[in-house]
Each structure stands twice: as structure tokens, then as C-alpha cells.
Design a protein around this ligand. Structure first.
Ligand code: FES
Length: 107
């Protein structure tokens, strides 16, 4: 099991268990994390799974694809240097302890 720490827009921090066969978005949605909308179901078409990644984790995640980069430009909340799409981050042992923050809006 991989643990992911999630800070929701209201400032509450929750730790969830994630499995290797899912994305960070799927793990968060499955456990009812508020603010991860994921309208397209993880197909990199909506940007409603936008998250902010803790700075010390940025270099430890898989590189961003051109599609993810383009979609983030259209995210509802401000795009920042640490913005990612949670559906494009697969759960692996390497991300155990990852901390992410959910933006205040997705649509
Ligand atoms: S769920 Fe649509 S882009 Fe991630």
C-alpha cells in the first residue's frame, strides 16, 4: 500500500491508502476526497483532477506529457509551477508519502 497525504481546500489533511493499479486521482475519488471532480474519468481530457504537488515531490514524479501540459493551461484554478493532473500520476511504491493539495475549484 502506498500512502498519499491530501490537503483539501478547507485545509483539512487526510491520508489515504492507494494501490499500484490505480492513479492518484482514482485513489482519491474512491475514498471520497472532496474537490477531485475527474469529469473525463482519467482520460486526460478535462483538467478537473488538477492538484498542487508538494515542492519536494515534484522531481520524484513521472514527467509531464505534452497533453497534460496543455490541459493544465485550461484548469479552473490558477496554474502553478507545481500543478499536475492527478489522473496522470500512477501509484507506485516510489510515491509513498506524497503530499498533494486540492485547488479551491475544478470547474
Ligand atoms: S480526470 Fe480528466 S484530466 Fe484527469
Amino acid at each position: 500500500m502506498t500512502q498519499i497525504n491530501i490537503i483539501t481546500p478547507d485545509g483539512q489533511q487526510t491520508s489515504i491508502d492507494a494501490s499500484a493499479n490505480e492513479s492518484v486521482m482514482q485513489a482519491a475519488s474512491r475514498q471520497g476526497i472532496e474537490g477531485i471532480v475527474a469529469e473525463c474519468g482519467g482520460n486526460a481530457m478535462c483538467a478537473t483532477c488538477h492538484i498542487y504537488v508538494a515542492e519536494d515531490w515534484l522531481d520524484r514524479l513521472p514527467a509531464m506529457s505534452d497533453d497534460e501540459d496543455a490541459l493544465l493551461d485550461g484548469a479552473a484554478a490558477e496554474r502553478r509551477a507545481n500543478s499536475r493532473l492527478s489522473c496522470q500520476i500512477p501509484v507506485t511504491d516510489e510515491i509513498d508519502g506524497l503530499t498533494i493539495r486540492v485547488p479551491d475549484r475544478q470547474v
